[in-house]
Design a protein around this ligand. Structure first.
Ligand code: NAP
Length: 249
């Protein structure tokens, strides 16, 4: 018997990177996994294969998290198959770093829509089911950019800062139904998303990290699983920084 045995988790943006690792580690703890993605079906199928190899069930739920109707249909599909949802990890995100003077309005909208509405909409879609169950764990993936933005990250930082405020507000609203809501704010993690910035500023970035290395996706997933466990009965409304000491530097 493992800690999350027979629970059901939705992980958004689970076709690669941090989301895939979260899906795998939740499955290792006994969760069946609804794997969300927007376009990368091959990546989502690979995640499904890795989860099923652990003996857990999967459901592919392609949906643009920036659309409420798509999120609603996604959660309906999960309820149809599993009849419950215990854990929601709002992980899907995009970065379009650029100075405010040069960023295109479409990129501003894409970053806000995906990173902010993409957390609000799945949360709204699952909340009713979790409230009926009187149980739930919601974990939002923020970023160290919310508290320590780099140059060119204004819109991304604004979206992630709003995600942190939303996390706290949801913790207040959902606590009476035993639904705990927290956020994890990673620094630089080795995934496709950070490839460009790691190539551009490798030495400079590492110099700003007390631990002088980037995080691996598995390290983020570890913390998410800890927050998702039923044994976590008392932590809610927190933003946990996993940034190798970036905020201290
Ligand atoms: P990644 O490797 O680029 O993967 C992003 C995932 O999100 C993919 O599965 C992608 O699926 C999905 N996605 C993007 N837009 C979507 C949408 N509109 N609807 C549904 N799915 C969507 O990114 P990552 O590095 O793993 O990042 C995961 C989270 O960690 C993000 O919230 C990011 O902001 C945060 N984060 C990352 C870092 C870092 O250094 N990597 C640091 C701090 C925070 P498709 O390819 O199918 O679109």
């Amino acid at each position: 018997m493992t800690e999350l045995n027979n629970q059901v988790a939705i992980v958004t943006g689970a076709s690669r990177g941090i989301g895939r690792e979260i899906a795998i580690q939740l499955a290792q703890q006994g969760c069946d996994i609804a794997i969300n993605y927007r376009t990368d079906e091959a990546g989502a199928l690979k995640t499904a294969q890795l989860v099923e190899a652990l003996g857990r069930k999967t459901l592919l739920v392609p949906a643009d998290v920036a659309s409420f109707s798509a999120c609603s249909q996604m959660v309906d599909a999960v309820m149809d198959k599993f009849n419950r949802v215990d854990v929601l990890v709002n992980n899907a995100g995009i970065a379009r770093d650029s100075l405010l003077m040069s960023i295109e309005p479409e990129d501003i909208a894409a970053v806000i829509n995906t990173n902010l509405y993409g957390v609000i909409y799945p949360t709204k879609a699952v909340a009713l089911h979790m409230m009926r169950q009187r149980y739930g764990r919601i974990i939002n993936i923020s970023s160290s950019a919310a508290s320590k933005p780099g140059k060119g990250q204004s819109i991304y930082a604004a979206a992630k800062g709003a995600v942190e405020a939303f996390t706290k507000a949801m913790a207040v609203e959902l606590a009476p139904r035993n639904i705990l809501v927290n956020a994890v704010a990673p620094g630089v993690v080795v995934t496709d998303m950070s490839e460009h910035i790691r190539e551009l500023g490798d030495e400079e970035i590492k110099a700003r990290l007390l631990l002088k290395r980037y995080a691996e996706p598995q390290e983020v997933a570890d913390l998410v699983v800890w927050l998702a466990r039923p044994q976590n009965q008392y932590m809610t409304g927190e933003v946990l920084h996993l940034d190798g000491g970036l905020k201290m530097a």
